[in-house]
Design a protein around this ligand. Structure first.
Ligand code: CA
Length: 243
């Protein structure tokens, strides 16, 4: 298995010490940056399995670092820590691409559970080398193809820039064509543990995904709404799902 390296960007020394102490049990290395400058440098120049970002930091804040990471890496998992619930919508919202969040004060066990869920999700959604080889051109729907080994999606041969969550959501749909999912099912399966009450997050991700993959996002043909229930992936002709 690939080495698990976690970057923790947190300016409160007590929290940084406590969190890194607990995370060391489940990964190979935890590196702490105590301000936004160090955090920005480490986040954008080294390779990580997960980045945990405090929102308010001296120097560049968590949102700036998150955006900088997303410019280079669509799929690196990011967990945001925020002390203002008023910031939650921004954290979850359109602009950042964070995968998960916790509001301070949080219990360290809750954080450990979230990190475990993120690793479990990544490892569940990864394919074995054999599967990845077999599925190297997973054609899901006419002109849409998903390459799970590279985590790339192409539409009409154009590479589509998806966040980690958008990729996971689309892959999950594509592996279950025709199946109807409630928003709560998608939260459980794609977001993982602890997102009860955030069904609207699913809607906003689906809207963003549609804007990127549907020819006409207002008349979606791939991710279709099932009124009163949720969503399904409507596989079109030339379906060739290899996983
Ligand atoms: Ca802080």
């Amino acid at each position: 298995m690939k080495k698990r390296r976690i970057l923790l960007v947190e300016d409160e020394q007590d929290i940084a010490d406590l969190v890194s102490l607990h995370l060391r049990d489940m990964c190979d290395e935890v590196v702490v940056a105590s301000d936004g400058f160090g955090g920005m440098r480490l986040a954008t120049t080294e390779s990580w399995s997960l980045v945990i970002l405090d929102l308010c930091l001296p120097g560049p804040d968590g949102l700036e670092i998150c955006r900088a990471i997303r410019r280079n890496s669509a799929y690196l998992p990011i967990l945001m820590l925020t002390s203002k619930s008023s910031e939650l919508d921004r954290v979850l919202g359109l602009e950042t691409g964070a995968d998960d969040y916790l509001t301070k004060p949080f219990s360290v066990l809750e954080l450990v559970a979230r990190v475990r869920a993120i690793f479990r999700r990544i490892e569940n959604l990864q394919f074995s080398p054999e599967q990845a080889h077999d599925a190297s051109q997973l054609v899901t729907s006419g002109n849409l193809s998903i390459d799970p080994s590279r985590r790339e999606v192409r539409l009409d041969d154009q590479l589509i820039d998806l966040t980690a969550r958008e990729f996971d959501l689309l892959s999950y749909f594509a592996r279950n064509p025709g199946r109807v999912f409630r928003r709560a099912d998608l939260l459980d399966e794609v977001w993982g543990y602890g997102h009860e009450g955030y069904e609207h997050t699913v809607n906003s991700h689906i809207n963003r995904l549609r804007a990127k993959i549907e020819h006409n996002p207002s008349k979606p043909e791939m991710i279709v709404t099932v009124w009163g229930v949720g969503y399904k992936f409507a596989a079109q002709n030339s379906l060739n799902v290899a996983v």
